[in-house]
Each structure stands twice: as structure tokens, then as C-alpha cells.
Design a protein around this ligand. Structure first.
Ligand SMILES: NC(=O)c1ccc[n+]([C@@H]2O[C@H](COP(=O)([O-])OP(=O)(O)OC[C@H]3O[C@@H](n4cnc5c(N)ncnc54)[C@H](OP(=O)(O)O)[C@@H]3O)[C@@H](O)[C@H]2O)c1
Length: 248
């Protein structure tokens, strides 16, 4: 019996992630999707298994990966959509609002940006290396953002979001070197989805031209195509939705 091809989706409740589930299930290489979210996501697909897991809990991530290793799971694609730009305060979290100027910088908020946008991807990169297939092609993508590009930064502002996405890019670039030594068949990709109509971009859509505001379905299609074409020997990639290289 052949091994089923599985995609792992981390941060599965989000706007882009929900479109990715549909896109992945339509892919000829994919039989099943493992969907990780902080809360179990509702889905009507028999081919989707949902896992409730907080990725900031490294023990939980390690246990999940060990469980998949024991089950001889082979991930063809892994996609992390985990990311944060703004939020209201709650009993457990501070509010987050992208900084307009230096005076807006707040160490507590910076820590929150880095925890979600950089530390969570780093934890997954650390543990995934143990289970990515060694004998066949696979690809791991993290949803980054063009504003994480250091050389492309002409506008300023958004200190925490920009810096934490730049840190994510460095984790990807650095890890690609080690993956190249330890698992030559994995391509790593940092992906800018464009401005996509989700809760994350809602407060910032006013000045976006309608033709530049993408649907989650469109950007999910673009990403899965890029993952399908990704080659380990050309990794790491930093690409936008059109497949254009973004300077690190
Ligand atoms: N929308 C855009 O215009 C745009 C543009 C550039 C880049 N991006 C990037 O694309 C990615 C997906 O964005 P989206 O538009 O789909 O946003 P979204 O709907 O807000 O989804 C964000 C995802 O991040 C996860 N997340 C948020 N806070 C978290 C926390 N404290 N701990 C763990 N996970 C957390 C959520 O996972 P759970 O399932 O666990 O809730 C959720 O699935 C993000 O990384 C974002 O930075 C988006």
C-alpha cells in the first residue's frame, strides 16, 4: 500500500488558511489535510483531521511531531499561516496596533509580535526537520509579508510587524542552510500573499484599489502552485503571489 500524501496546515482557522484547505484538497498530490489551530476548527471534509494545539507550547508541538513520526506520516506540503498584525486586548493578551512612529513602540507589544510572527515558525522549523520525507520532494511555506523585506522598506512604520516578519525571513534563510545538510529534499518558502481580504487586513483596506485586494481563494491557489513547483536545490525562496522574487 502506498503512503498517503498529507498536507499540514498550521493556523488553520484564519481567512487564507480556510481557502488553503479547499485548494490543498483539490491538489492531485494531496490525499489528506492535517489542520492545526488553537481551537478545533469545524470542517465537513472527511479528508481533514483537526488538531487543537497552541504552537507557543513547544512541548505540544514536539508531542504532535513525535506522534506523526510514530505513525510514519509523510508531509508533502507544510504551510504555516500563523501571523498577527492587530488585535483588541483581552484578559490574557495585550492589544496590538501597528506603530505609526517611534513613540508608539511598546516592548510588551513587540514581544507579542515576535512570539507569534517569528517564534512560532522557529519552533515548527526546529521540530519539522525530524519528519519531513527524506526520499521524496516536499515543501514548507510560511506566510510572511513584503513589509518584512529589509531592502524593500521605503515607507517605515509598523515596527513590530515588519521586524518580526524580517526575523521570520531570517529563520527561514538560516534553517534552509541546515535543512540542506540534514534533509536535501525539502524546499523552504517565505510567501507574501498580497493584500488579502481577511480580518487581518480589514482595518487597512481603505486605500487599497479593488483590483489589488485579493480573495483568500486567489492567493491560496497562487501559493499551492508555487509549492508544487518549488525545488529544494533552489531553496529558500522569498516570493510574492505572482511568483516574483522579493529581495530579502
Ligand atoms: N491578509 C493579508 O492581507 C496579509 C498580507 C500579508 C501577509 N499576511 C500574512 O498571512 C498570514 C495569514 O493571514 P490571514 O489574512 O489569513 O489572517 P487571519 O485570518 O487573522 O489568520 C491568522 C492566523 O494566525 C494564527 N494566529 C493568530 N494569533 C495567534 C497566536 N497568538 N498564536 C498562534 N496562532 C495565532 C491563527 O491561527 P489559529 O487557527 O490558531 O487561530 C490564524 O489562523 C499571516 O501570517 C499574515 O501575516 C496576510
Amino acid at each position: 500500500m502506498s503512503t498517503p500524501n498529507i498536507a499540514l496546515l498550521i493556523g488553520a482557522s484564519g481567512g487564507i488558511a480556510q481557502a488553503l484547505i479547499t485548494e490543498l484538497l483539490a491538489h492531485p498530490d494531496i490525499d489528506y489535510v492535517h489542520a492545526i489551530s488553537r481551537t478545533v476548527i469545524e470542517n465537513n471534509h472527511s479528508s481533514v483531521t483537526s488538531y487543537a494545539l497552541n504552537s507557543l507550547d513547544e512541548t505540544a508541538v514536539a508531542e504532535f511531531v513525535q506522534h506523526q513520526k510514530s505513525a510514519a506520516t509523510q508531509y508533502r506540503f507544510v504551510i504555516s499561516t500563523v501571523g498577527i498584525l492587530h488585535r483588541e486586548s483581552s484578559a490574557t493578551c495585550c492589544s496590538l496596533k501597528p506603530e505609526k512612529r517611534l513613540e508608539d513602540i511598546d516592548p510588551v507589544q513587540l514581544q507579542a509580535y515576535f512570539e507569534v510572527n517569528s517564534v512560532i515558525p522557529a519552533i515548527w522549523l526546529k521540530h519539522l526537520v525530524k519528519i519531513m520525507p527524506k526520499g521524496s520532494a516536499s515543501a514548507i511555506a510560511f506566510l510572511s509579508a513584503r513589509v518584512g523585506s529589509i531592502s524593500d522598506n521605503k515607507l517605515g512604520g509598523w515596527y513590530g510587524y515588519r521586524a518580526s516578519k524580517s526575523a521570520l525571513n531570517m529563520f527561514i534563510k538560516n534553517a534552509a542552510i541546515e535543512y540542506g545538510r540534514r534533509n536535501k529534499h525539502v524546499a523552504l518558502l517565505s510567501y507574501h500573499p498580497g493584500t488579502v481580504d481577511t480580518g487581518l487586513s480589514k482595518p487597512f483596506q481603505a486605500n487599497v484599489k479593488p483590483e489589488k485586494l485579493f480573495t483568500p481563494e486567489f492567493t491560496a491557489q497562487c501559493l499551492v502552485k508555487l509549492l508544487t513547483e518549488a525545488k529544494a536545490e533552489e531553496s529558500p525562496y522569498y516570493l510574492d503571489w505572482a511568483g516574483k522574487t522579493i529581495p530579502w
